[in-house]
Design a protein around this ligand. Structure first.
Ligand code: ZN
Ligand code: ZN
Length: 213
C-alpha cells in the first residue's frame, strides 16, 4: 500500500506547496484510488497533485474525515475536476453536490475488501483503516475524536501497525507503544515529543512524502 501526502502544513519535496490542512492519496492493490481529505484550498490541492503527477481523473473515491475547512476546502474543486467520484462523508456532514454517489457513514463499515471506516466517532470524525500484510494502517484527519478512540475502533479490524495524519493535542503517548510507524503531521501539537519518545517509529510528514507499507 502506498500513501502520498498531497496537502500538509509542511513540505517534504521541493516545488510543492505547504498550507494548513491535510489530504493524502491511498493506493492499494485491488482497491480504487482514494483521496482522503482535500486540504483547505482547491487551487493548492490541484497544483500539488499536478506536481506529484496525480491526475484528478484517476481519483475514484474521496473520503472526508470531518467537516472542517482545512479538510474540505478542496472538495468542490476536485468534484468539479472529476464528476465520477464516489464520496464517503461522516453522517453529520452537510449535503454535497457534484459527486456521483455520496455515502454517509455512521457505524464502522468495510468499504472495500480490507478497507474500512471507523464510523463517525464522537459525532465528528471518521478515520480510514487499510489492512496490510504488516497490520493496519490508520489514517486520521485531525483526531478530534481522540487517538485512543480511533485506535480502539481500528482494533476491531486487526492490529494497528501505522498511524498517519493529524493528531491535534494528543498526548497519551504510551498508546503509541504498540505501533511500528507514526507519521504525526498536519495539526499535531506534540510532534517533537513523539519523535523524542519513539525515534524508531517516527516518520516526518510533509507534502510529497510517500509512505509504503
Ligand atoms: Zn479539524
Ligand atoms: Zn485539521
Amino acid at each position: 500500500m502506498k500513501i502520498t501526502l498531497i496537502y500538509d502544513n509542511t513540505v517534504h519535496k521541493k516545488g510543492l506547496r505547504a498550507d494548513w490542512g491535510f489530504a493524502c492519496l491511498i493506493e492499494t492493490e485491488g482497491c480504487p484510488k482514494i483521496l482522503f481529505d482535500t486540504g483547505a484550498n482547491g487551487k493548492i490541492l490541484l497544483s500539488n497533485m499536478k506536481s506529484l503527477d496525480i491526475d484528478p481523473s484517476s481519483i475514484e473515491e474521496v473520503m472526508i474525515s470531518h467537516n472542517h475547512w482545512d479538510h474540505t476546502g478542496g472538495l468542490a474543486d476536485i468534484l468539479k475536476a472529476n464528476n465520477t467520484i464516489k464520496l464517503y462523508v461522516p453522517a453529520s456532514f452537510p449535503d454535497v453536490s457534484g459527486a456521483k454517489e455520496v455515502v454517509r457513514i455512521d457505524e464502522p463499515l468495510e468499504i472495500h475488501d480490507g478497507v474500512f471506516s471507523t464510523g463517525e466517532l464522537s459525532n465528528i470524525e471518521q478515520s480510514l483503516i487499510i489492512k496490510t500484510k504488516k497490520g493496519l494502517a490508520v489514517i486520521a484527519g485531525c483526531s478530534h475524536s481522540g487517538v485512543t478512540n480511533i485506535l480502539d475502533a481500528a482494533s476491531q479490524f486487526g492490529s494497528p501497525y501505522a498511524l498517519i495524519g493529524g493528531l491535534h493535542g494528543f498526548r497519551e503517548f504510551d498508546i503509541l507503544k504498540g505501533l511500528d510507524l507514526v507519521c504525526a503531521c498536519h495539526c499535531t501539537q506534540y510532534q517533537s515529543e513523539i519523535q523524542y519518545l519513539y525515534p524508531g517509529k517516527y516518520v516526518d510528514g510533509g507534502v510529497g512524502k510517500v509512505i509504503t507499507i
